[in-house]
Write a protein that binds this ligand. Structure first.
Ligand code: FE
Length: 339
């Protein structure tokens, strides 16, 4: 009878020859990612990670609301390891519903500034999405604009275009205004914006930008990657960016895309390793190049279009306020007649 060790190893060889997947090494795991991001923005990240780690990533793409519903419905049986979406408001909602688990990671805490992650570690920023003013060259002098609340002044009557208040980007911005100025002043700002509209609110940031370019209005509020896309498409565009300046507590509104590990993730350790990799210099460079968003890490070179816009003063308040105050902000938007 052969010694036990020899038996075990020859058996393993036999099994390996016939069933290569008999004992999957940890790096051969498959992760399931529920993502509300456009697939073409995420695919380069997944491919790069798979190439170097061997981890396969199953991607399920849907809206943030549908993915949250699905996670809640699936409960303990959910195959999801991670939830990835845009807007701190969405991440906050998912965390509040108990769909994400706390992750304690020195690498994540070091890469992501404190105000851009959940204090309990249930979500972390992966990229920055800046919302600021864009005007048409010649129609506005850059010195005429300094802050979001300027757009409520009567001199902008009939000159402002906005995206609908139903979009979470504007709800989060309104929540951060509310946190900085309180409800009376915020309501006055929102009413001023509505009074200044040249057109009914648009369904997208791009339509609002095109309206400014076409002379329908002179100024709008958008996320900068939409402007960057138009600038790359048409370098002769008359659209110009103006960073909202700091005003008391309120700096330039920085929202995020981010992710967290699902409460019932089947592979929490592999999910954590992937999340940490998404904040590595390599992955952050992919974010900066493919999505035209600002990376979370300050040591990553910006896309040239973004670099040309120069420096700004970002808001430093905890972004979780945009979730906590969102319901109240939406009420104020409705009260102001902002559709
Ligand atoms: Fe967007």
């Amino acid at each position: 009878m052969p010694p036990l060790r020899a038996l075990a190893s020859s058996c393993c060889v036999a099994i390996l020859l016939t069933l290569p997947a008999c004992t999957p090494a940890p790096q051969e795991a498959t992760l399931t990612l529920y993502s509300a991001r456009a697939e073409h923005l995420i695919r380069p990240l997944l491919d790069a990670y798979q190439a170097q780690s061997g981890v396969r990533i199953e991607l399920l793409t849907d809206s943030a609301a549908s993915l949250s519903e699905r996670l809640a419905r699936e409960g303990e049986g959910s195959p999801a390891d991670l939830l990835m979406t845009v807007d701190a408001g969405n991440l906050w909602h998912a965390a509040e519903r108990g769909l994400l688990q706390p992750v304690d990671s020195a690498a994540l805490a070091e890469a992501v500034p404190e105000h851009l992650r959940d204090p309990q570690g249930r979500w972390y920023a992966l990229s920055l999405r800046l919302r600021t003013m864009v005007y048409r060259d010649g129609a506005v002098q850059p010195g005429e604009l300094s802050h979001y609340r300027d757009l409520a002044e009567p001199r902008w009557r009939g000159r402002l275009c906005l995206r609908t208040s139903k979009k979470i980007y504007n709800q989060s911005l309104a929540a951060m205004l509310l946190d900085a100025y309180g409800s009376d002043q915020t309501l006055a700002i929102l009413k001023g914006w509505v009074a200044n509209l040249a057109e009914e609110p648009f369904s997208s940031d791009t339509l609002a930008l095109r309206a400014v370019a076409d002379g329908v209005c002179d100024v709008t509020l958008v996320n900068t990657y939409y402007l960057a896309r138009l600038v790359i498409e048409d370098p002769e565009t008359p659209l110009r960016l103006k960073w909202a300046e700091a005003d008391g507590d309120m700096g330039l509104h920085v929202n995020i895309s981010g992710a967290g590990i699902a409460r019932h993730a089947p592979h929490p350790e592999a999910a954590r390793a992937f999340l940490e990799w998404l904040l590595s210099p390599e992955a952050q460079r992919i974010y900066a190049e493919t999505g035209l968003e600002h990376p979370v890490r300050a040591d990553i070179p910006l896309h040239p279009v973004l670099r040309d816009w120069g420096a700004f003063t970002p808001d430093q308040r905890p972004l979780l306020r945009s979730g906590e105050l969102q319901a109240e902000a939406v009420q104020l938007m409705q009260q102001a007649g902002y559709r």
